[in-house]
Ligand binder design. Structure first.
Ligand code: A3P
Length: 289
């Protein structure tokens, strides 16, 4: 009996002194999307906080790799000690039909983080990424053709008066109808477990958005304005090292976007207007897109 008590006290001592060996744990929080809204910047900037740990690549467990099993998933995580927070980021979870239910069944207390930005900019960013990948197999049709042009022929079913002639079936457009996807997350998680990051503010004022996310994670905020500088060429925020050197995201982030015809921009704005309002009401947060 005495021996057990001693062992117990020793364990408490080890836990409180942080000496227990680190181990891989399922994530406490997941950045579930939205793709092309600044999810990589958010994760890289959160790493300023030494208590936040994340796997390097996107894991895609709850959408593409679910058949690999939970032990595989845990194996992808970094080793952490008690008090540290494990975060995973896989932005395709946001629009995955299965991800919310699967995450909830693993841990209903998982904290969900969602970065959103103007869905028109997001669609152009999504297109820019796809077309840069497609360069190897031949050029993609222009953004305008994909967004409205093909409505005249083979994509007619996706383009109705309700969609203002916009091809709402195209993935780059569909993902930006945020309220439809958001509803699934709210059906599975209480709103206090969901944190929305404003992707535009993450660019204009990263310290504020990062501090708010640290608080949501139950941590004392570490991020300060002096941790950031601005990339002189791309004009996006970068991390500033102690020696003043900037550490910016790689060349696949902050790409040059094509100029889109004003009439197409107008059609997209009109299409998204009512959809955005439904999203604002759902999350009880007004954005100015
Ligand atoms: P573009 O490369 O099209 O400009 P994600 O990481 O979710 O894929 O989002 C990528 C987008 O994040 C980029 O799209 C860019 O607009 C935006 N972004 C936000 N903060 C950024 C930063 N600090 N550096 C580079 N891109 C950033």
């Amino acid at each position: 009996m005495r021996y057990r008590l001693l062992l117990f006290l020793q364990m408490i001592n080890l836990i409180s002194s942080g000496v227990l060996p680190p181990r891989k744990r399922f994530p406490d929080a997941i950045i579930v999307g939205v793709k092309k809204s600044g999810t990589r910047a958010l994760l890289e900037f959160l790493r300023i906080n030494p208590l936040i740990k994340a796997p390097g690549p996107e894991v895609h467990f709850f959408d593409k790799n679910f058949n690999k099993g939970l032990e595989w998933y845990r194996e992808q995580m970094p080793e952490t000690r008690i008090g540290e927070v494990t975060i995973e980021k896989s932005p395709a979870y946001f629009h995955s039909k299965m991800a919310p239910e699967r995450i909830k069944s693993l841990n209903p207390n998982t904290k969900i983080i969602i970065v959103v930005r103007d869905p028109v900019t997001r669609a152009i960013s999504d297109y820019t990424q796809s077309s840069s990948k497609r360069k190897r197999v031949g050029l993609m049709p222009s953004f305008e053709t994909m967004a409205v042009g093909d409505c005249a022929n083979w994509l007619r079913a996706n383009c109705t008066t309700k969609t203002r002639g916009v091809n709402a079936g195209w993935g780059a457009i569909r993902i930006g109808v945020y309220h439809k996807h958001m509803k699934r997350w709210l059906d599975h998680f209480p709103s206090q477990n969901i944190h929305i990051v404003d992707g535009e503010k993450l660019i204009s004022n990263p310290a504020d958005e990062i501090s708010a996310t640290e608080k949501f994670l139950g941590l004392s905020p570490v991020a300060k304005p002096e941790n950031f500088g601005v990339d002189p060429i791309k004009k996006f925020p970068c991390l500033k090292n102690d020696d003043g050197k900037l550490h910016c995201l790689g060349k696949t982030k902050g790409r040059h976007h094509p100029d889109v015809e004003p009439s197409v921009m107008r059609a997209l704005k009109e299409f998204y207007g009512p959809e955005n309002k439904k999203f604002y009401q759902l999350v009880n947060h007004w954005f100015d897109w």
